[in-house]
Write a protein that binds this ligand. Structure first.
Ligand SMILES: NC(=O)c1ccc[n+]([C@@H]2O[C@H](COP(=O)([O-])OP(=O)(O)OC[C@H]3O[C@@H](n4cnc5c(N)ncnc54)[C@H](OP(=O)(O)O)[C@@H]3O)[C@@H](O)[C@H]2O)c1
Length: 215
């Protein structure tokens, strides 16, 4: 079982991820700008504890970043010197309100590529969880969608695919970190689908896969 810090874990996605990982037996620390808020959220979701974001990022096997795009750069700067050799999982979708149903990726290509620039080349960066709705993940229900996992670090990608399985999700390798742009862009389309087709958290499913798990 892994020691996992969830940065911004007081929010919708962070709490949902923390809850499922804690339920699977991982030692999860919720991170927040406020240690007190983190502790409250940790109790809510059955996590091991709460701490400031930098403390939650320290000494972990895996650090999962779940903050809005507007807080992305600042939060990564805060945790950069604390993550050490941990696998850092970025969940950020670079939505630009109010037009969140339009794909508006940053000029750099994607939030994941920006995260790599912020954290430095040596980081074990993975990008994942863009297409799963937090309001579904927070419950125990089986979620009918795949989670794409991107990284240039093949072993780290495999670890995060495994965490998806622990969370009762099907995680699929989507290849290199740069491919994260596709999943980040797809989120705007999923939001559009929710509105257009009345979906309660539309998701994606890949068909035709013949190997159970190929990283
Ligand atoms: N919600 C979803 O269904 C979903 C699905 C897939 C991907 N995502 C992505 O996951 C990330 C988190 O989404 P979310 O819906 O969970 O966000 P959220 O609930 O709005 O915010 C998450 C946490 O980020 C921290 N935060 C907010 N503003 C901040 C700021 N200006 N500076 C520093 N920290 C700030 C807050 O924690 P503290 O106040 O405790 O510090 C907050 O609880 C986003 O990038 C989103 O695109 C979300």
């Amino acid at each position: 079982m892994a020691a996992i810090g969830v940065i911004g874990g007081t929010g919708a996605l962070g709490k949902a991820i923390a809850r499922r990982l804690a339920k699977a037996g991982h030692s999860v620390t919720i991170g927040s700008r406020s240690a007190e808020s983190a502790e409250i959220a940790a109790q809510e979701v059955g996590a091991a504890g709460g701490a400031t974001n930098s403390d939650a990022a320290s000494g972990k096997d895996v650090v999962i970043v779940t903050v809005p795009y507007s807080a992305h750069a600042g939060t990564l700067a805060q945790i950069k010197d604390h993550v050490g050799s941990a696998i850092v999982v970025d969940t950020t979708v670079p939505l630009v309100p109010p037009k969140v149903m339009r794909v508006q990726l940053p000029e750099t290509g994607s939030a994941a590529v920006e995260a790599l620039a912020h954290l430095g080349e040596g980081v074990r960066l993975v990008s994942a969880f863009h297409s799963v709705a937090a309001h579904k993940l927070i419950h125990d229900e089986k979620i009918d969608c795949d989670v794409l996992v991107f990284s240039d670090d093949v072993e780290a990608r495999g670890v995060v695919v495994g965490l998806c399985e622990d969370m009762d999700l099907r995680g699929l390798s989507g290849g290199a970190l740069v491919n994260s742009a596709a999943a980040e862009a797809l989120t705007s389309i999923l939001i559009y689908m929710n509105k257009t087709y009345g979906a309660d958290g539309a998701g994606i499913r890949f068909t035709g896969l013949t190997k159970a798990r190929a990283i």
